[in-house]
Write a new protein. Structure first.
Length: 155
C-alpha cells in the first residue's frame, strides 16, 4: 500500500470512530429525554387524587431508572471502545518508520492530545453524569418501593 493510501485508510478509521462517538452521545441524550419525560409524567399522575397503585404503576418508577442506567452504561462502554480504536489507529501510525509515513504535508490523523482529551472528557462526562443521575434515582425508587412493601397492609 502506498503512503497516501495508508494515510487515507488510517484517517478514515479515525473519522469513522469519531462519528460513532457523536452518534452514541446524541442517541443517549435523545433516549434519556424520553425516559425523563416518562418518569415525570408518571410522578405527576401518581400525585393526582384517586390514583390507583397498580403493579405497573409500582414497578415503572424502578424500571425507568433501571433502563436509563443500563443504556448509559452501554453507551459509556461503546464510547470507551471507540476511543480505544482511535488510540490503536494512532499507535499503528506512530509505529511506522519515518520512511513508511507519507510526506509531512499531510494533516495529522487526529487533533492534538489536549483536544482529544477534552473531547473524550466531554462525551464520556455526559454519559457518566447520566449514569450517576439514573443510579441515584434508581436507589431512591428502590428505597421508596421497599418502604411501601414494608408498610403494605393486605385487604
Amino acid at each position: 500500500m502506498d503512503n497516501t493510501k495508508l494515510w487515507e485508510v488510517l484517517r478514515a478509521k479515525v473519522v469513522h470512530e469519531d462519528t460513532w462517538i457523536q452518534q452514541r452521545v446524541n442517541w443517549l441524550l435523545a433516549s434519556n429525554a424520553f425516559l425523563f419525560a416518562a418518569l415525570a409524567a408518571l410522578a405527576v399522575s401518581q400525585a393526582e387524587p384517586g390514583f390507583h397503585k397498580s403493579t405497573v404503576a409500582i414497578l415503572l418508577p424502578v424500571l425507568i431508572p433501571l433502563v436509563g442506567l443500563i443504556l448509559g452504561i452501554l453507551v459509556l462502554r461503546g464510547l470507551r471502545g471507540a476511543d480505544r480504536a482511535i488510540e490503536d489507529t494512532l499507535d499503528e501510525w506512530q509505529s511506522l518508520s519515518t520512511a513508511e509515513r507519507p510526506a509531512t504535508d499531510y494533516p495529522s490523523l487526529a487533533s492534538r492530545e489536549t483536544a482529544v482529551r477534552l473531547g473524550r472528557a466531554a462525551s464520556q462526562g455526559v454519559a457518566t453524569t447520566i449514569c450517576v443521575v439514573w443510579a441515584v434515582l434508581l436507589i431512591a425508587q428502590l428505597w421508596s418501593l421497599a418502604t411501601f412493601i414494608l408498610h403494605w397492609r393486605p385487604f
